[in-house]
Design a protein around this ligand. Structure first.
Ligand code: AHR
Length: 491
């Protein structure tokens, strides 16, 4: 039995819809085949973008998409990906699988994809192997409407009007694949590159500096101290992998209860990481002017047997759904500092929301969690307190109830709850301050911990309605089945 106390009178930060953002890299089958198949493909497409995938992503109201990497970003030279496709350079994608990158998906295609998805573009520029001029010209090419060499080049390539691009990343993982830099060195480079990332006309760029990975608090400290005044946001990357060591990946679909709880236990570290990085940021920026962007997060397992190890293609079970639900609740609760997050990665890579095989597509359990959480977009976080026991194994425990709640403009209270137990249901009493509520509607995703949607069983795991809800003034009671994520809407 657990109790969830919700004080709807205590409205906190607005949950930025961009917390529900995604990330698509030139990696494996994420862009090519997963999103982009080209106009001549027999797979139904609009201007080369798969219609099925675009429709699925629109349904979860994807608010922002980060591109082109990842590690690929610091090897990407944008001018290779513009102009007539037959003239675009064919090259090797050195970081991911050593396959041919034919540059058929470039700047124009990415902007077209964002138009079809109705989402904000977030472009990550190249610091590791690029130049200040190259980054500066990319911004000019995209956003300048006047007379200039880059604006003319864009027009020559068929795009008369400048696009609007707000989110701009100045390098990615520059402590690692983005150049193996020391924080002091990168902070200085950031200042230099960011100086020439210009605002043209009405287009105001939100400048994002490369932040730390995991527990590297020194990076955050130095970046805030040296370059904090010149950035709008700093990033954080954290992946959940159940092995003891980064190099020892474990299966995405075969795991014991011990490994199941270890995965969830490690996923919950996100809370501690955000709190500690925020604590450092607060010292330099008590007014919370600089946002924290978790622009890479998710599970990282072994690739599916027989697939290219450089493609990072993994299945996605109800364990991933638990990780997604718990992490999104954590982001909501930190929405006073976390202004964006981007799940790695949208299609066919790591904790994907969509998997494809030829013309087939399946929606993963993680996809359905994003669907269950979509009413939190831009709503006001309200105070919650969960009185709950812990569950798990001797070594790895997690709270039996994980939740967050928000109120939207119409006054509807949305509560998202996760029961991560592999085998125990949980009776929950939700006590809230709005005594006038008349209806409570639920939607739920539940299944066995190992359940997943395969191409031969695409709907094994899906959202269903949930109406075993008892509503009395100021209280809802219900029972959460084991291994479930639920959305409850009370109005
Ligand atoms: O998402 C896969 C990779 O993980 C990204 O390219 C990189 O930034 C991170 O290490």
């Amino acid at each position: 039995m657990a109790r969830l106390f919700i004080n709807t009178n205590e409205k906190k930060s607005t949950i930025n819809r961009n917390i529900y953002g995604h990330f698509a890299e030139h990696l494996g089958r994420c862009i090519y085949n997963g999103i982009y198949v080209g106009e001549d493909s027999p797979i139904p497409n609009e201007k080369g973008m798969r219609k099925d995938v675009v429709e699925a992503l629109r349904n979860i109201k994807i608010p922002v998409l980060r591109w082109p990497g990842g590690c690929f970003a610091d090897e990407y030279h944008w001018k290779d990906g513009i102009g007539p496709k037959e003239n675009r350079k064919k090259m090797v994608n050195t970081h991911w699988g050593g396959v041919v990158e034919d540059n058929s998906f470039g700047t124009h295609e990415f902007m077209e994809l964002c138009r079809q998805l109705d989402c904000e573009p977030y472009i990550n520029g190249n610091v590791g192997s690029g130049t200040v001029q190259e980054m500066s010209e990319w911004v000019e090419y995209l956003t300048f409407d006047g007379v200039s060499p880059m604006a003319q080049l864009r027009k020559d390539n068929g795009q008369e009007k400048a696009w609007r691009v707000k989110y701009w990343g100045v390098g990615n993982e520059n402590w690692g694949c983005g150049g193996n830099m020391r924080p002091e060195y990168y902070a200085d480079l950031y200042r230099r590159f960011a100086t020439y990332v210009r605002n043209y006309g009405e287009n105001k760029i939100y400048k994002i500096a490369c932040g730390a990975c995991d527990w590297n608090y020194d990076w955050t400290e130095k970046l805030m101290s040296i370059a904090g005044h010149q950035m709008d946001a700093l990033t954080l990357h954290y992946y959940t992998f159940p092995g003891d060591d980064w190099h020892k990946k474990l299966s995405a679909t075969e795991f014991t209860d011990e490994i199941y709880y270890k995965t969830l236990h490690k996923a919950l570290k996100m809370d501690e990481l955000i709190a500690n990085h925020t604590h450092i940021m607060n010292r330099f920026d008590p007014a919370h002017r600089v946002g924290l962007i978790v622009d890479e997060w998710g599970t990282w397992f072994l690739v599916e047997p027989g697939t290219n190890p450089g493609f990072l293609f993994q299945q996605n079970t109800m364990r991933d759904a638990m990780v997604a639900g718990m992490t999104l609740n954590i982001f909501n609760k930190h929405s006073d500092r976390v202004v964006m997050a981007n799940l790695a990665q949208t299609v066919n890579v790591l904790q994907a929301v969509v998997l494809t095989e030829g013309g087939q597509m399946v929606l993963t359990p993680t996809y359905h969690v994003f669907d269950l959480f979509k009413h939190h977009h831009d709503a006001r976080l309200v105070h919650t307190f969960a009185e709950t026991e812990t569950i798990g194994t001797e070594k790895f425990t997690v709270p039996h109830l994980n939740a967050s709640a928000s109120v939207n403009g119409e006054g509807t209270l949305t509560v998202t709850m996760v029961n991560p137990s592999a085998d125990k249901e949980l009776s929950v009493e939700i006590l809230f301050t709005d005594m006038g509520a008349k209806t409570a509607k639920g939607r739920i995703l539940t299944g066995g911990t190992h359940d997943f949607n395969g191409f031969d069983s695409p709907e094994k795991v899906k959202i269903t309605g949930f109406d075993e809800i008892n509503l009395v003034p100021g209280m809802v009671s219900l029972t959460l089945p084991p291994c479930c994520v639920m959305e409850l809407r009370i109005s």
